[in-house]
Design a protein around this ligand. Sequence first.
Ligand code: SF4
Length: 177
Amino acid sequence: MTSTQARHTRRAVLQSAIDAGARCATADPDLWFRTDNEPDTEWHARRDQAIRFCTGCPVRAACEELALRNGDGNQDTDEMVRAGLTGQELAAVRSHQEQRLAAAVAADQDTDGRHMRDLTVLVQNEVISSPDKRQGRARLAPARVQTEQNHLVQMLTARINEIRTARRARAGWGVAA
Ligand code: SF4
């Protein structure tokens, strides 16, 4: 399953849960949205009522996740409630999650970086300790030992290239970069 298919599947699961259990299913949907030019005092009273309504909803978590996935809410606009959160609160949660995701990706990439450095040191050590080099080619290493060492160096090098390609792809450079 591709990541796009997984996202669509997850959205369908969330929507099904909401369809089955939304507390607001039979309520007036206007309660959750500010009307054009509605004064603050009127909207805030309705907004508080909507937040209280959501508080007891059994599918609130699914509702919040779907709202975040759908990009609902705006930092600069106080015009809606969903999952018991104002539009501004939803935007703040999304921003916080994006920061956590970015930090997780950076940490992952750092782990890859350390892994690549460790593998590079292993390759260098193998090359330096090559029986041919160690003995100044005075005596040729047994062919089997040399073949095994060459194989190990190839495997380590291939793994380094794999990690490097994955990091570049994640950074948007594309597989061929
Ligand atoms: S959390 Fe609120 S907006 Fe979401 S489904 Fe429940 S009642 Fe409706």
